[in-house]
Every structure is written in C-alpha cells, then in structure tokens.
Design a protein. Sequence first.
Length: 328
Amino acid sequence: MYAMIIRRTGGPEVLEYAELETPQPGPGEVLVQVAYAGINPADWKNRQGYLEQYRPYRFPYIIGFDAAGVVAAVGDGVTGLTVGDRVCTPTNHGQGGQGSYAQYTLANEDRVARIPAALGFREAAALPVAALTAWQGLFDRGGLERGQRALIHGGSGGLGGFAVQFARWAGARVAATCSTPNVDYLRELGIERVIDYRRENIAAAIADWAPGGLDYLMDAVGVSTLPDGLDLVRPGGTFVSIPTLVDDGDIPAAAEAAAQRGVRRVFSTMDDTACAATLEKIAGLLASGELTLPPIREFALRDVAEAHRILQQGHNRGKMVLRVAEPG
Ligand SMILES: NC(=O)c1ccc[n+]([C@@H]2O[C@H](COP(=O)([O-])OP(=O)(O)OC[C@H]3O[C@@H](n4cnc5c(N)ncnc54)[C@H](OP(=O)(O)O)[C@@H]3O)[C@@H](O)[C@H]2O)c1
C-alpha cells in the first residue's frame, strides 16, 4: 500500500511518500481502506516527536489518527462489521498502531463507527478525534447541562467547531472566543456571545455576559492564552482544559487552585475506548442536519506537509482532511 511516512521526527519536510506492506487484521481488528484521513494538531506534534514520552517510535512510522473509508477485511471475532461497510474511526494509533495517512489502516472493532449514507467520507474523516474530545469534555467529563452558561475558548478551531455546536444542541447558552476573521463564522452558527480576543478583554466580556461567573469553561487552546481562566468560573462550576502537550502549564497547581475556589477542574484527553457508539450518534446528528460540520479544507495525501505547515500556525478555521482514495 502507499502511505505518507516519517523515518525520523522533525519538521514537515520529514513526511515522505512510500510503499509498505498492507497490514492484516488480527483478532478483533478491522482493516479500513482509507478514503480520507483527518488531520489533527496531534499529528504535527507526533511528527515532531512530542509523543515519544508515551510510546517508542518505530520507523517507518505512519502518523494520523482519523480515517474514513470502507471495511476491507475483518479479523477473527469481529461480528458487528462486514466488508464494504462505510465507517470512520480514530484507528489504533492512540495505542501505538500505525496511523491513517495510508491506503489501509487498522482499528479495533469497538473504535469503528458506521456512517450514514448521507455523510460523505470527507466529512466523516473530520470527526473522530475532534468530535469525541469535544463530546467527552462537554458531557461525559464536563457534565454540561441545559440552560448553563458555557464559554468555549477557541471556538473556531477543529475541536471548538464541534464543541460550540454540541453545547448549543444540549441546550446550553454558549459564548466562544475567536480571532477577528472568525467572528462572523461563529455568529452564523448561532453562538450567543462571540468574543473577539484580539479586540476585547475576555474577562470583561464574561463579567458582562455571565455576571455570577460561568457554569462551564472549556479551554481548547492552551493555558498561556487564558491564564486567568479560573477567575471566569463561578464556585461550583466546571473548568475543562483539553491537554495540548505544548501549553498546559502546571496541571497539579491548577487543580489545587481550582479546589480552593470550589471549581471542578478537569483535564480531558480523548478516550477512544469503545468510542463507536458516540461517533455513530454524532454522525447521525450531522446526517439529520441537527448539527453542521465545521468548514473542511481538503488536501491530497501527498500535500500533507503543506497542511501541517498551515495547521501548526494555530489559526485554521474548522477541520483539515487528506484525500487518500475514493473506494471504487
Ligand atoms: N488531549 C487530547 O486528547 C486532545 C484532543 C484534541 C485536541 N487536542 C488539542 O486541543 C487543541 C485544539 O485542537 P483543534 O483541533 O481545535 O486545533 P486547531 O484546529 O488548530 O484550532 C485551534 C484554534 O485555536 C484558536 N486560537 C489560537 N490562538 C488563540 C487565542 N490566543 N485565543 C483563542 N483562540 C485561539 C484558533 O482560532 P483563531 O484563528 O480564531 O484564533 C484556532 O482555530 C490543540 O492543541 C490539540 O492538540 C487535544
């Protein structure tokens, strides 16, 4: 099969096109023929070597978590999926497996979600990591409830684009931060209070919008961009940070400071264990039109280095995907 691989960690230039053996599914695994691979900031951090602290890198290494395509083969014990099913998945990459920037990738069955006919592969590839992280940070771990006032810091990014919509869908009152070029985009999504962090003081805007303090805050950007986030949350409220690997500050100290204020402090990394059910629910909400996908920028697989260069600047609106091959 063909893939974009790295033979060493480094800048976007280390990504190269190569041919490798097609993997075969082991027990409980599904082989997905990839139509589109999703791109996440974790991919460039992985390329750069930031994930070495979690796993040894074995080269040639295929990066990329997200994939959408069709089931090409199933391993022993797989009962819920069959060859030809349309699916998306965060793959087994988080557990150290090869990634999705390839013609084929492997995933455990419980991480593979069927996608409705109304959802294209391009759209489905944008879901797994960003949508699951948003969902878990808001609901499973964040406990966001109807009527609560929530701020999503970084509402125009890949994760934020899902988070603002999920929060609205759940009946929360939603504010979000973004830079000037993204203000209209978030307003069109129906966000009640869009805060242009380049022109407005976030604390003053929140004091005005949620005078008693926020019920819920998600920082989807990094602690250096919202150093006083704790001050925005009311006692009894919840402050969720999505760990970035590069801008997380002193996590134990942040947890301690929050405890002293009576704020529930959560550091919410994506958990892809048995994530198929949540992904199928989200895919269904998109297919039915209850939710809108963030804008998607498409690149050819071979142009992934260019996509990484743009994403790494930290101001992409919505999601990026790689076109690998439309299954024919
Ligand atoms: N731990 C996990 O499991 C996990 C999972 C998913 C994501 N993440 C991390 O979460 C972060 C966000 O992911 P993503 O996919 O949304 O990334 P992304 O698509 O690159 O989006 C980042 C967004 O941050 C916004 N931003 C940049 N500087 C800002 C500032 N000073 N104030 C407010 N917003 C700012 C940008 O919006 P503007 O252009 O409008 O400024 C941009 O759209 C990344 O660090 C990613 O690695 C972690």
